[in-house]
Design a protein around this ligand. Structure first.
Ligand SMILES: Nc1ncnc2c1ncn2[C@@H]1O[C@H](COP(=O)(O)OP(=O)(O)OP(=O)(O)O)[C@@H](O)[C@H]1O
Ligand SMILES: [Mg+2]
Length: 455
Protein backbone atom coordinates (compact mmCIF):
# COMPACT_ATOMS: atom_id res chain seq x y z
CA UNK A 1 0.00 0.00 0.00
CA UNK A 2 1.14 3.56 -0.65
CA UNK A 3 2.23 5.58 2.37
CA UNK A 4 -0.56 7.78 3.72
CA UNK A 5 -0.99 11.33 2.46
CA UNK A 6 0.35 13.76 5.05
CA UNK A 7 -2.16 16.51 5.73
CA UNK A 8 -1.55 19.50 7.97
CA UNK A 9 -4.78 21.20 9.02
CA UNK A 10 -4.46 24.76 10.32
CA UNK A 11 -7.25 26.58 12.17
CA UNK A 12 -7.21 28.80 15.22
CA UNK A 13 -10.41 27.19 16.45
CA UNK A 14 -9.50 23.94 18.22
CA UNK A 15 -13.01 22.62 17.63
CA UNK A 16 -12.46 22.64 13.86
CA UNK A 17 -9.07 20.97 14.26
CA UNK A 18 -10.64 18.30 16.40
CA UNK A 19 -13.48 17.46 14.08
CA UNK A 20 -11.26 17.52 11.00
CA UNK A 21 -8.78 15.16 12.63
CA UNK A 22 -11.56 12.89 13.74
CA UNK A 23 -13.35 12.70 10.40
CA UNK A 24 -10.51 12.79 7.87
CA UNK A 25 -7.97 11.03 10.09
CA UNK A 26 -10.35 8.06 10.26
CA UNK A 27 -9.58 7.34 6.61
CA UNK A 28 -6.46 5.13 6.50
CA UNK A 29 -5.26 6.88 3.34
CA UNK A 30 -4.70 10.11 5.26
CA UNK A 31 -2.43 11.04 8.12
CA UNK A 32 -3.72 14.22 9.72
CA UNK A 33 -1.97 16.57 12.08
CA UNK A 34 -3.17 19.99 13.13
CA UNK A 35 -1.80 23.42 14.05
CA UNK A 36 -3.60 26.27 15.79
CA UNK A 37 -1.82 29.14 14.04
CA UNK A 38 0.39 30.06 11.08
CA UNK A 39 3.65 30.08 13.08
CA UNK A 40 2.75 26.74 14.66
CA UNK A 41 2.09 25.32 11.18
CA UNK A 42 5.49 26.52 9.93
CA UNK A 43 7.20 25.00 12.94
CA UNK A 44 5.40 21.73 12.30
CA UNK A 45 6.48 21.73 8.64
CA UNK A 46 10.07 22.38 9.64
CA UNK A 47 10.00 19.25 11.77
CA UNK A 48 8.26 17.10 9.22
CA UNK A 49 6.96 17.92 5.76
CA UNK A 50 3.42 17.48 4.46
CA UNK A 51 1.82 16.77 1.11
CA UNK A 52 -1.16 19.03 1.63
CA UNK A 53 -1.75 22.01 3.91
CA UNK A 54 -5.35 22.98 4.58
CA UNK A 55 -5.60 26.38 6.22
CA UNK A 56 -8.26 28.72 7.49
CA UNK A 57 -8.04 32.22 6.03
CA UNK A 58 -8.83 34.42 8.98
CA UNK A 59 -6.54 33.71 11.87
CA UNK A 60 -4.80 36.04 14.32
CA UNK A 61 -0.97 36.31 14.37
CA UNK A 62 -0.57 35.25 10.76
CA UNK A 63 -3.55 35.00 8.45
CA UNK A 64 -4.10 32.24 5.90
CA UNK A 65 -2.79 34.35 3.00
CA UNK A 66 0.48 35.04 4.80
CA UNK A 67 0.85 31.38 5.69
CA UNK A 68 0.10 30.46 2.07
CA UNK A 69 2.85 32.72 0.77
CA UNK A 70 5.34 31.42 3.37
CA UNK A 71 4.60 27.80 2.55
CA UNK A 72 4.77 28.49 -1.20
CA UNK A 73 8.19 30.10 -0.77
CA UNK A 74 9.66 27.55 1.62
CA UNK A 75 8.00 24.36 0.37
CA UNK A 76 6.79 24.97 -3.19
CA UNK A 77 5.90 21.31 -3.67
CA UNK A 78 3.17 21.38 -1.00
CA UNK A 79 -0.42 21.73 -2.20
CA UNK A 80 -2.56 24.22 -0.32
CA UNK A 81 -6.30 24.23 0.19
CA UNK A 82 -7.90 27.17 1.92
CA UNK A 83 -10.94 27.29 4.14
CA UNK A 84 -13.38 30.11 3.86
CA UNK A 85 -16.86 31.22 4.71
CA UNK A 86 -19.24 32.07 1.88
CA UNK A 87 -18.78 35.78 2.25
CA UNK A 88 -15.09 36.16 1.52
CA UNK A 89 -14.93 35.93 -2.27
CA UNK A 90 -12.24 38.58 -2.59
CA UNK A 91 -10.00 36.69 -0.15
CA UNK A 92 -10.55 33.48 -2.09
CA UNK A 93 -9.57 35.19 -5.35
CA UNK A 94 -6.43 36.53 -3.68
CA UNK A 95 -5.57 33.10 -2.31
CA UNK A 96 -6.12 31.36 -5.64
CA UNK A 97 -3.90 33.94 -7.34
CA UNK A 98 -1.24 33.35 -4.70
CA UNK A 99 -1.18 29.66 -5.55
CA UNK A 100 -3.83 27.95 -3.44
CA UNK A 101 -4.90 24.81 -5.26
CA UNK A 102 -8.55 25.05 -4.31
CA UNK A 103 -10.83 26.30 -1.58
CA UNK A 104 -13.29 24.64 0.76
CA UNK A 105 -16.30 26.42 2.17
CA UNK A 106 -17.20 26.12 5.84
CA UNK A 107 -19.11 24.28 7.18
CA UNK A 108 -17.25 21.31 5.80
CA UNK A 109 -18.93 18.83 3.68
CA UNK A 110 -16.47 16.04 4.40
CA UNK A 111 -17.23 14.30 1.14
CA UNK A 112 -16.14 17.47 -0.66
CA UNK A 113 -12.97 17.61 1.42
CA UNK A 114 -12.10 14.05 0.43
CA UNK A 115 -12.90 14.80 -3.22
CA UNK A 116 -10.58 17.82 -3.21
CA UNK A 117 -7.78 15.76 -1.68
CA UNK A 118 -8.33 13.02 -4.25
CA UNK A 119 -8.17 15.55 -7.11
CA UNK A 120 -4.81 16.73 -5.80
CA UNK A 121 -3.56 13.16 -5.59
CA UNK A 122 -4.68 12.45 -9.15
CA UNK A 123 -2.86 15.56 -10.38
CA UNK A 124 0.21 14.64 -8.42
CA UNK A 125 0.21 11.14 -9.90
CA UNK A 126 -0.25 12.50 -13.44
CA UNK A 127 2.67 14.84 -12.99
CA UNK A 128 4.88 12.21 -11.40
CA UNK A 129 4.17 9.92 -14.34
CA UNK A 130 5.42 12.64 -16.68
CA UNK A 131 8.46 13.59 -14.65
CA UNK A 132 11.81 13.48 -16.29
CA UNK A 133 14.43 11.36 -14.51
CA UNK A 134 16.51 14.29 -13.25
CA UNK A 135 13.45 15.74 -11.53
CA UNK A 136 12.52 12.53 -9.75
CA UNK A 137 13.75 13.93 -6.44
CA UNK A 138 10.12 14.95 -5.93
CA UNK A 139 11.07 18.46 -4.89
CA UNK A 140 10.51 19.90 -8.34
CA UNK A 141 7.36 19.58 -10.31
CA UNK A 142 8.39 18.90 -13.78
CA UNK A 143 6.36 17.54 -16.68
CA UNK A 144 8.72 16.60 -19.49
CA UNK A 145 10.80 19.79 -19.42
CA UNK A 146 8.11 22.11 -18.12
CA UNK A 147 8.38 23.27 -14.53
CA UNK A 148 5.29 24.38 -12.64
CA UNK A 149 2.93 23.28 -9.95
CA UNK A 150 0.25 25.90 -10.34
CA UNK A 151 -3.19 24.61 -11.19
CA UNK A 152 -2.98 26.34 -14.58
CA UNK A 153 0.12 24.30 -15.37
CA UNK A 154 -1.56 21.07 -14.30
CA UNK A 155 -4.32 21.86 -16.75
CA UNK A 156 -1.69 22.29 -19.45
CA UNK A 157 -0.04 18.96 -18.50
CA UNK A 158 -3.37 17.20 -18.70
CA UNK A 159 -4.12 18.71 -22.10
CA UNK A 160 -0.67 17.74 -23.36
CA UNK A 161 -1.22 14.15 -22.24
CA UNK A 162 -4.60 14.06 -23.94
CA UNK A 163 -3.66 15.65 -27.27
CA UNK A 164 -0.44 13.64 -27.47
CA UNK A 165 -2.53 10.50 -28.02
CA UNK A 166 -4.10 12.03 -31.15
CA UNK A 167 -2.80 13.54 -34.38
CA UNK A 168 -4.97 16.66 -34.09
CA UNK A 169 -3.35 19.92 -35.12
CA UNK A 170 -2.57 22.04 -32.08
CA UNK A 171 -2.33 25.80 -31.83
CA UNK A 172 -0.35 27.08 -28.85
CA UNK A 173 -0.86 30.70 -27.98
CA UNK A 174 0.62 32.82 -25.23
CA UNK A 175 2.87 35.76 -24.58
CA UNK A 176 6.53 35.63 -25.41
CA UNK A 177 8.59 33.51 -23.02
CA UNK A 178 5.68 31.52 -21.58
CA UNK A 179 7.05 28.17 -22.73
CA UNK A 180 5.21 27.54 -26.01
CA UNK A 181 8.22 25.82 -27.50
CA UNK A 182 8.58 23.59 -24.44
CA UNK A 183 4.89 22.68 -24.65
CA UNK A 184 5.27 21.73 -28.33
CA UNK A 185 8.22 19.48 -27.62
CA UNK A 186 6.41 17.93 -24.64
CA UNK A 187 3.46 17.01 -26.90
CA UNK A 188 5.88 15.32 -29.29
CA UNK A 189 7.74 13.54 -26.49
CA UNK A 190 4.50 12.17 -25.03
CA UNK A 191 3.17 10.95 -28.39
CA UNK A 192 3.71 7.68 -30.21
CA UNK A 193 5.78 9.71 -32.70
CA UNK A 194 8.45 10.39 -30.10
CA UNK A 195 11.09 8.28 -31.85
CA UNK A 196 10.55 10.09 -35.14
CA UNK A 197 11.83 13.61 -35.92
CA UNK A 198 10.62 16.74 -34.15
CA UNK A 199 11.34 19.52 -36.57
CA UNK A 200 10.97 23.11 -35.66
CA UNK A 201 10.82 26.07 -37.97
CA UNK A 202 10.62 29.72 -37.12
CA UNK A 203 8.28 31.08 -39.80
CA UNK A 204 9.16 34.70 -38.97
CA UNK A 205 12.79 34.06 -39.91
CA UNK A 206 12.04 32.75 -43.41
CA UNK A 207 11.65 35.13 -46.30
CA UNK A 208 8.65 34.86 -48.57
CA UNK A 209 10.82 33.44 -51.36
CA UNK A 210 12.35 30.77 -49.17
CA UNK A 211 9.48 29.50 -47.13
CA UNK A 212 7.75 27.33 -49.76
CA UNK A 213 10.90 25.50 -50.74
CA UNK A 214 11.88 25.13 -47.07
CA UNK A 215 8.52 23.64 -46.14
CA UNK A 216 7.75 21.60 -49.23
CA UNK A 217 11.19 21.07 -50.80
CA UNK A 218 12.00 21.54 -54.45
CA UNK A 219 12.86 19.58 -57.56
CA UNK A 220 16.17 19.88 -59.36
CA UNK A 221 16.09 22.98 -61.59
CA UNK A 222 12.95 24.39 -59.94
CA UNK A 223 14.72 27.75 -59.75
CA UNK A 224 18.16 29.17 -60.33
CA UNK A 225 20.53 27.49 -57.92
CA UNK A 226 18.32 24.42 -57.36
CA UNK A 227 21.11 21.98 -58.28
CA UNK A 228 19.39 18.88 -56.87
CA UNK A 229 16.10 17.72 -55.45
CA UNK A 230 15.74 18.83 -51.83
CA UNK A 231 13.40 17.43 -49.26
CA UNK A 232 11.37 20.06 -47.44
CA UNK A 233 10.61 20.12 -43.73
CA UNK A 234 7.28 18.32 -44.23
CA UNK A 235 9.17 15.37 -45.72
CA UNK A 236 11.99 15.53 -43.19
CA UNK A 237 9.46 15.39 -40.36
CA UNK A 238 7.71 12.38 -41.89
CA UNK A 239 6.24 10.15 -39.18
CA UNK A 240 7.06 12.80 -36.59
CA UNK A 241 6.02 16.31 -35.63
CA UNK A 242 6.48 19.61 -37.44
CA UNK A 243 6.42 22.66 -35.19
CA UNK A 244 5.67 25.88 -37.03
CA UNK A 245 6.65 28.63 -34.64
CA UNK A 246 5.48 32.24 -35.10
CA UNK A 247 2.73 31.05 -37.43
CA UNK A 248 1.08 34.49 -37.21
CA UNK A 249 3.88 35.85 -39.40
CA UNK A 250 3.33 33.78 -42.57
CA UNK A 251 2.36 35.50 -45.79
CA UNK A 252 -1.01 35.08 -47.55
CA UNK A 253 0.61 32.85 -50.20
CA UNK A 254 2.07 30.48 -47.61
CA UNK A 255 -1.26 30.50 -45.80
CA UNK A 256 -2.88 29.11 -48.97
CA UNK A 257 -0.23 26.36 -49.36
CA UNK A 258 -0.62 25.36 -45.73
CA UNK A 259 -4.38 25.24 -46.02
CA UNK A 260 -4.06 22.89 -49.00
CA UNK A 261 -1.80 20.54 -47.10
CA UNK A 262 -4.19 20.45 -44.19
CA UNK A 263 -7.17 19.82 -46.42
CA UNK A 264 -5.63 17.25 -48.76
CA UNK A 265 -2.93 15.74 -46.58
CA UNK A 266 -0.62 15.99 -49.58
CA UNK A 267 1.67 18.55 -51.21
CA UNK A 268 3.94 19.04 -54.19
CA UNK A 269 7.57 20.05 -54.12
CA UNK A 270 8.33 23.44 -55.69
CA UNK A 271 8.79 22.92 -59.42
CA UNK A 272 7.43 19.37 -59.26
CA UNK A 273 4.23 17.59 -60.14
CA UNK A 274 4.55 14.50 -57.95
CA UNK A 275 2.04 14.39 -55.10
CA UNK A 276 3.71 13.62 -51.80
CA UNK A 277 1.80 12.42 -48.77
CA UNK A 278 2.38 14.42 -45.61
CA UNK A 279 2.50 12.17 -42.56
CA UNK A 280 3.15 14.82 -39.95
CA UNK A 281 1.51 16.01 -36.77
CA UNK A 282 1.42 19.76 -37.01
CA UNK A 283 1.85 22.03 -34.00
CA UNK A 284 1.79 25.79 -34.46
CA UNK A 285 2.54 28.59 -32.03
CA UNK A 286 2.17 32.31 -31.96
CA UNK A 287 2.33 35.16 -29.49
CA UNK A 288 -0.02 37.19 -31.67
CA UNK A 289 -3.75 37.36 -31.24
CA UNK A 290 -4.65 35.24 -34.27
CA UNK A 291 -8.40 35.70 -33.79
CA UNK A 292 -7.86 39.47 -34.04
CA UNK A 293 -5.66 38.96 -37.11
CA UNK A 294 -8.55 37.01 -38.66
CA UNK A 295 -10.95 39.86 -37.90
CA UNK A 296 -8.55 42.31 -39.50
CA UNK A 297 -8.29 40.00 -42.54
CA UNK A 298 -4.54 39.50 -42.01
CA UNK A 299 -4.91 35.78 -41.42
CA UNK A 300 -7.24 33.44 -43.32
CA UNK A 301 -10.21 32.40 -41.30
CA UNK A 302 -10.38 28.92 -42.89
CA UNK A 303 -6.73 28.28 -42.03
CA UNK A 304 -7.23 29.58 -38.51
CA UNK A 305 -9.96 27.00 -37.87
CA UNK A 306 -7.85 24.23 -39.41
CA UNK A 307 -4.91 25.07 -37.14
CA UNK A 308 -6.99 25.65 -34.07
CA UNK A 309 -8.45 22.14 -33.75
CA UNK A 310 -7.01 22.01 -30.25
CA UNK A 311 -5.88 25.22 -28.65
CA UNK A 312 -3.56 25.47 -25.72
CA UNK A 313 -2.94 28.73 -23.94
CA UNK A 314 0.36 29.08 -22.12
CA UNK A 315 -0.38 31.20 -19.02
CA UNK A 316 1.69 34.30 -18.37
CA UNK A 317 3.97 34.00 -15.33
CA UNK A 318 2.11 36.80 -13.50
CA UNK A 319 -0.98 34.54 -13.50
CA UNK A 320 0.89 31.71 -11.81
CA UNK A 321 3.07 33.62 -9.42
CA UNK A 322 3.14 30.74 -6.98
CA UNK A 323 5.50 29.01 -9.42
CA UNK A 324 8.11 31.77 -9.21
CA UNK A 325 10.12 30.22 -6.31
CA UNK A 326 10.04 26.81 -7.99
CA UNK A 327 11.21 28.22 -11.33
CA UNK A 328 13.77 30.54 -9.74
CA UNK A 329 15.38 27.62 -7.86
CA UNK A 330 15.30 25.48 -10.99
CA UNK A 331 17.06 28.16 -13.06
CA UNK A 332 19.50 28.76 -10.20
CA UNK A 333 20.51 25.11 -10.19
CA UNK A 334 20.78 25.07 -13.98
CA UNK A 335 22.90 28.22 -14.31
CA UNK A 336 25.06 27.44 -11.26
CA UNK A 337 26.00 24.14 -12.89
CA UNK A 338 26.68 25.75 -16.28
CA UNK A 339 28.81 28.47 -14.70
CA UNK A 340 30.57 26.15 -12.28
CA UNK A 341 29.38 28.06 -9.25
CA UNK A 342 28.37 26.72 -5.87
CA UNK A 343 25.38 28.91 -5.07
CA UNK A 344 23.18 27.43 -2.38
CA UNK A 345 19.99 29.41 -2.79
CA UNK A 346 18.14 32.67 -3.08
CA UNK A 347 17.78 34.82 0.03
CA UNK A 348 14.33 35.52 1.38
CA UNK A 349 14.38 39.25 0.51
CA UNK A 350 15.59 38.51 -3.02
CA UNK A 351 12.82 35.92 -3.43
CA UNK A 352 10.27 38.47 -2.21
CA UNK A 353 11.40 40.85 -4.94
CA UNK A 354 11.15 38.11 -7.55
CA UNK A 355 7.63 37.25 -6.38
CA UNK A 356 6.45 40.87 -6.37
CA UNK A 357 7.55 41.59 -9.94
CA UNK A 358 5.11 41.20 -12.83
CA UNK A 359 7.40 39.46 -15.37
CA UNK A 360 6.33 40.96 -18.71
CA UNK A 361 8.92 38.72 -20.37
CA UNK A 362 7.61 35.67 -18.46
CA UNK A 363 9.81 32.61 -17.79
CA UNK A 364 12.43 33.71 -20.26
CA UNK A 365 12.92 36.98 -18.36
CA UNK A 366 13.12 35.09 -15.07
CA UNK A 367 15.69 32.69 -16.54
CA UNK A 368 17.76 35.62 -17.84
CA UNK A 369 17.66 37.44 -14.52
CA UNK A 370 18.70 34.37 -12.56
CA UNK A 371 21.50 33.70 -15.04
CA UNK A 372 22.69 37.29 -14.69
CA UNK A 373 22.61 37.04 -10.88
CA UNK A 374 24.48 33.74 -10.90
CA UNK A 375 27.22 35.22 -13.06
CA UNK A 376 27.71 38.20 -10.77
CA UNK A 377 27.02 36.51 -7.43
CA UNK A 378 30.02 36.48 -5.09
CA UNK A 379 28.31 35.07 -2.02
CA UNK A 380 26.84 31.68 -1.27
CA UNK A 381 23.30 32.79 -1.99
CA UNK A 382 21.71 35.32 -4.29
CA UNK A 383 20.72 38.43 -2.38
CA UNK A 384 18.87 41.60 -3.43
CA UNK A 385 22.05 43.35 -4.46
CA UNK A 386 22.60 40.91 -7.34
CA UNK A 387 19.17 41.50 -8.80
CA UNK A 388 18.70 44.13 -11.51
CA UNK A 389 17.22 47.54 -10.71
CA UNK A 390 13.93 47.02 -12.52
CA UNK A 391 12.82 44.52 -9.87
CA UNK A 392 13.52 46.88 -7.02
CA UNK A 393 11.09 49.52 -8.25
CA UNK A 394 8.18 47.13 -7.73
CA UNK A 395 6.23 48.06 -4.62
CA UNK A 396 6.39 45.24 -2.14
CA UNK A 397 3.11 44.24 -0.56
CA UNK A 398 2.85 45.23 3.04
CA UNK A 399 0.39 43.51 5.23
CA UNK A 400 -1.40 45.95 7.49
CA UNK A 401 -1.74 44.60 10.95
CA UNK A 402 -4.44 46.00 13.15
CA UNK A 403 -4.14 45.50 16.83
CA UNK A 404 -7.25 44.12 18.43
CA UNK A 405 -7.91 44.24 22.16
CA UNK A 406 -8.20 40.64 23.35
CA UNK A 407 -11.84 39.67 24.03
CA UNK A 408 -13.06 38.40 27.40
CA UNK A 409 -13.63 34.67 27.74
CA UNK A 410 -17.40 35.07 27.48
CA UNK A 411 -17.07 37.31 24.41
CA UNK A 412 -14.76 34.77 22.79
CA UNK A 413 -17.17 31.95 23.57
CA UNK A 414 -20.14 33.90 22.16
CA UNK A 415 -18.21 34.75 18.98
CA UNK A 416 -17.12 31.15 18.48
CA UNK A 417 -20.58 29.69 19.01
CA UNK A 418 -22.15 32.33 16.72
CA UNK A 419 -19.61 31.58 14.00
CA UNK A 420 -20.06 27.82 14.20
CA UNK A 421 -23.83 28.24 14.08
CA UNK A 422 -23.57 30.46 11.02
CA UNK A 423 -21.06 28.17 9.36
CA UNK A 424 -23.33 25.20 9.89
CA UNK A 425 -26.45 27.08 8.77
CA UNK A 426 -27.83 26.65 12.28
CA UNK A 427 -27.64 22.89 12.01
CA UNK A 428 -27.56 22.32 15.77
CA UNK A 429 -26.46 18.69 15.59
CA UNK A 430 -23.47 19.61 13.44
CA UNK A 431 -22.66 22.73 15.49
CA UNK A 432 -22.66 20.73 18.73
CA UNK A 433 -20.41 18.15 17.11
CA UNK A 434 -17.97 20.80 15.90
CA UNK A 435 -17.95 22.49 19.29
CA UNK A 436 -17.64 19.12 20.97
CA UNK A 437 -20.42 19.91 23.47
CA UNK A 438 -23.76 18.26 24.21
CA UNK A 439 -26.73 19.56 22.27
CA UNK A 440 -28.42 20.61 25.54
CA UNK A 441 -25.39 22.72 26.48
CA UNK A 442 -25.56 24.36 23.07
CA UNK A 443 -29.23 25.29 23.63
CA UNK A 444 -28.45 26.93 26.97
CA UNK A 445 -25.49 28.85 25.50
CA UNK A 446 -27.68 30.08 22.63
CA UNK A 447 -30.11 31.40 25.19
CA UNK A 448 -27.40 32.83 27.44
CA UNK A 449 -25.78 34.74 24.59
CA UNK A 450 -29.09 35.77 23.02
CA UNK A 451 -28.20 34.27 19.65
CA UNK A 452 -30.94 34.29 17.02
CA UNK A 453 -31.26 32.33 13.85
CA UNK A 454 -31.55 34.81 10.95
CA UNK A 455 -34.98 34.88 9.29
N1 LIG B 1 7.27 26.09 -17.55
C1 LIG B 1 8.58 26.27 -17.78
N2 LIG B 1 9.47 25.59 -17.09
C2 LIG B 1 10.79 25.75 -17.28
N3 LIG B 1 11.32 26.62 -18.14
C3 LIG B 1 10.48 27.35 -18.84
C4 LIG B 1 9.06 27.21 -18.72
N4 LIG B 1 8.48 28.05 -19.59
C5 LIG B 1 9.47 28.68 -20.21
N5 LIG B 1 10.68 28.27 -19.78
C6 LIG B 1 11.98 28.74 -20.24
O1 LIG B 1 11.80 30.07 -20.70
C7 LIG B 1 12.44 30.27 -21.94
C8 LIG B 1 11.42 30.61 -22.99
O2 LIG B 1 10.60 29.48 -23.28
P1 LIG B 1 10.02 29.21 -24.74
O3 LIG B 1 11.06 29.46 -25.77
O4 LIG B 1 9.37 27.87 -24.74
O5 LIG B 1 8.93 30.37 -24.79
P2 LIG B 1 7.98 30.82 -25.98
O6 LIG B 1 6.61 30.93 -25.39
O7 LIG B 1 8.18 29.90 -27.14
O8 LIG B 1 8.50 32.29 -26.29
P3 LIG B 1 8.45 33.13 -27.70
O9 LIG B 1 7.02 33.50 -27.94
O10 LIG B 1 9.26 34.33 -27.42
O11 LIG B 1 9.01 32.23 -28.75
C9 LIG B 1 13.21 29.00 -22.22
O12 LIG B 1 14.52 29.17 -21.74
C10 LIG B 1 12.50 27.95 -21.45
O13 LIG B 1 13.37 26.93 -21.08
MG1 LIG C 1 8.95 30.30 -29.01
Amino acid sequence: MNSPVRILFVDDEPAYCRIFSKKIGADVRFQVRTAGSGPEALESLQKSSADIVITDLSMPLMDGLELLSEVKTLYPQIFILILTSDDSTSQVVKAMKAGAYDYLVKPFDFEMVVRSIETILAHKAAVEAGQCPECMSGEQFCFENLIGQDRKMFEIYEMISQVAQTTATVLITGESGTGKELIASAIHAKSSRKNKPFIQVNCAALTEGLISSELFGHEKGAFTGAMARKKGLFEQASGGTLFLDEIGDISPTTQVSLLRILELGTFQRVGGSETVKADVRLICATNRDLAAAVREKLFREDLYYRLNVVSLQAPPLRDRKSDIPLLANYFLERFSAINNKQIKGISRDAMELLCAYDWPGNCRELANIIEHSVVFCRTESITREFLPAQLKTTESHTVSESYVTPPTLAEAERTLIKKVLEDSNWNLKMAAEILDIARGTLYSKIEKYQLHKPE
